[in-house]
Design a protein around this ligand. Structure first.
Ligand SMILES: [Zn+2]
Length: 255
């Protein structure tokens, strides 16, 4: 009897471990699901606050649970009527990537400080709420997102020199055709708090537009990051997945 119980326990533990590393069939690849949404998957590149590819990002794909992908697709349709569209920076994030953030925070590497956290001490990034040792991104219904203007719809025809915090990132985003949100993605500072008021009226208007569009589809914003939204209710409220971010497998992802 004891052996049977142990065997059952062992097999259920094994199942748990296996399930953790496998992508559930309820996840879809956004590049397939909503091809009009632009992907700029920062953690699969060197353009992020670590300055290198983050653990677990094997491909620049956006994986999300189907309800979150559908909600984003709906938001995209609404924006498209005005010649605008969504661009995502991060979607599902494996737990090993979050662990990589934690490991990085313990090192002395501050090469990306000026670009991403000029006024916040690296040791304070967790306490200040910009990085967490567990992330809602690992549950598949959280997305980091901004808005781009479709070709010919750009509101800024003249190149402009931006000033202020995290300038290089903000400048890059403008040059890529994104609306101005007053701070760059992953600028860990009070200027990125969604309700921060000392911004150009255009940036305030753009933050309100993004908030409204996302709220209308059921997303809730994180008050310290204008770009971070979670669909509620979440399909997997208690889960933290750890399968890698890989390229789309069309066979597993048919609509
Ligand atoms: Zn986020």
């Amino acid at each position: 009897m004891k052996i049977l119980v142990l065997a059952l326990l062992w097999s259920s533990l094994l199942n748990l471990a296996v399930a953790d590393f496998e992508r559930p069939s309820t996840f879809v690849a956004l590049s397939h699901w909503a091809p009009d949404i632009r992907l700029d998957m920062r953690y699969a590149t060197e353009r992020n606050f670590l300055g290198r590819v983050v653990a677990g990002y094997e491909a620049p794909e956006c994986w999300l649970t189907k309800p979150a992908a559908i909600a984003l697709q709906n938001a995209q349709r609404v924006l498209a009527r005005d010649g605008l569209g969504l661009i995502v920076f991060d979607c599902y994030r494996p737990e090993r990537a979050v662990a990589d953030f934690v490991q990085w925070s313990l090192t002395g590497d501050i090469a990306q400080k000026q670009a991403y956290y000029p006024r916040t001490a690296k040791s304070e990034l967790f306490a200040a709420g910009y990085i967490a040792d567990r992330s809602s991104h690992s549950r598949g219904a959280t997305v980091d997102v901004a808005i781009y203007a479709a070709a010919g719809q750009s509101r800024e025809s003249e190149p402009i020199e931006l000033e202020g915090l995290c300038r290089s990132e903000r400048q890059r985003m403008r040059e890529a055709g994104l609306l101005d949100f007053g701070s760059g993605y992953d600028c860990f500072d009070i200027v990125s708090h969604t309700g921060f008021e000392a911004l150009d009226s255009e940036a305030i208007k753009n933050r309100q537009l993004l908030l409204q569009i996302m709220q209308n589809e059921g997303f809730v914003n994180y008050a310290k990051e204008w770009w971070h939204f979670t669909l509620e209710p979440e399909p997997y409220p208690g889960a933290y997945f750890d399968f890698p971010v890989s390229a789309m497998d069309a066979a597993l992802n048919s609509k």
